[in-house]
Design a protein around this ligand. Structure first.
Ligand SMILES: NC(=O)c1ccc[n+]([C@@H]2O[C@H](COP(=O)([O-])OP(=O)(O)OC[C@H]3O[C@@H](n4cnc5c(N)ncnc54)[C@H](O)[C@@H]3O)[C@@H](O)[C@H]2O)c1
Length: 311
């Protein structure tokens, strides 16, 4: 039985990861300050004797008097609504928080997996995005606290690996969706589904031709665990679903699947919003034998079923 720390474990992805690790028979120590996650997400695990929770802000050093094998560092608000609410705290979480979690792992002789993001590619000038692409990021824009913060976090991981021998793994996560996404966090899949279920207008930013690739959360969690347990490949590796859809296609799919009569309305594109995003996953296929298996229709069906119980 491994002892595994999951920071951000009360969030959307983190709670699915905690669940998968507990199902695998591991001990999980979930660390979260609920800045964007929720106690409800981890409620089902509280009775499990292999689950422990520490309420803690990763910007403060963390001491765990226990043997630790692995640390998944997911702590960071992930949606623009959440990460722009306190941009300085987001940057601190990415830089100081990651620094603290690397030091926790290093001190414990544990491996750390850093949850990075496709946002490190910014508004990409290469399509699809390979891990070798260095990105096109505005360092002073409203998204920089997240994009540049995650880039700095990757730098910290690789410098700690080269300089101090930290045992790191770095994954770049592309748009992920599924049950337990926060209802009001402004992410496109949850926005569209919640509006459709309530019969409220669905907002399309710009002309709706901007594309995204959407990965169902169970595919991502499988990839995170494979990467953490890979003995030789440290990354970075893209984890995402290469299926590419524009916002109008997504809205129409959601309307059809929910049977909703919601109107589509348009608003101007937010600043620095990337026009296209699609992962090249050939590295994940080669190094991890990983590729997504849940298609958009199947994933949307599960996500709609979840939101139907909460909205
Ligand atoms: N969901 C996606 O599409 C996506 C895409 C790329 C990367 N990621 C990364 O995956 C991770 C999880 O994302 P998510 O979608 O589950 O987001 P989320 O906001 O649901 O979860 C983040 C969790 O981290 C916690 N947290 C934030 N700051 C913290 C701090 N200072 N100390 C302790 N806990 C803190 C939050 O309370 C929350 O529970 C994030 O690091 C995010 O950047 C997510």
């Amino acid at each position: 039985m491994k002892t595994i720390v999951v920071t951000g474990g009360a969030g959307f992805i983190g709670s699915h990861l905690c669940e998968a690790l507990l199902t695998n028979g591991d001990r999980v120590i979930c660390v979260d300050n609920f800045v964007s996650g929720s106690a409800t997400n981890i409620e089902p695990f509280r009775a499990n004797p292999h689950f422990a929770f520490i309420e803690h802000n990763v910007c403060e050093p963390l001491v765990i008097d226990d043997h630790i094998d692995q640390v998944y560092n997911l702590a960071c608000p992930a949606s623009p609504v959440h990460y722009q609410r306190d941009a300085v705290l987001t940057l601190e979480t990415n830089v100081i928080g990651t620094h603290n979690m690397i030091r926790l792992a290093l001190g414990a002789g544990a491996r750390i997996l850093q949850a990075s993001t496709s946002e490190v590619y910014g508004d990409p000038l290469e399509h699809p995005q390979k891990e070798t692409y260095w990105g096109n990021v505005n360092p002073i824009g409203v998204r920089a606290c997240y994009d540049e913060g995650k880039r700095a976090a990757e730098t910290l991981c690789f410098d700690y690996s080269r300089q101090r021998g930290a045992d790191i793994r770095v994954v770049r996560i592309f748009n992920t969706y599924g049950p337990r996404m926060a209802e009001h966090d402004g992410r496109v899949v949850s926005n569209f589904i919640v509006a459709a279920l309530r019969g409220e207008p669905i907002t399309i930013y710009g002309d709706g031709s901007q594309t995204r690739s959407f990965q169902f959360v169970s595919d991502l969690v499988r990839g995170l665990i494979l990467m953490m347990n890979n003995e030789s490949f440290i990354g970075p590796v893209n984890l995402g679903n290469p299926g590419e859809f524009n916002m109008l296609e997504l809205a129409e799919k959601v309307l059809r699947m929910t049977g909703s009569a919601s109107d589509l309305i348009t608003k101007p594109l937010p600043s620095d919003d990337p026009r296209r995003r699609k992962p090249d996953i050939s590295v994940a296929k080669k190094e991890l034998g990983w590729e997504p298996v849940v298609g958009l229709d199947e994933g949307l069906e599960k996500t709609i079923a979840y939101f139907a119980t909460v909205v």
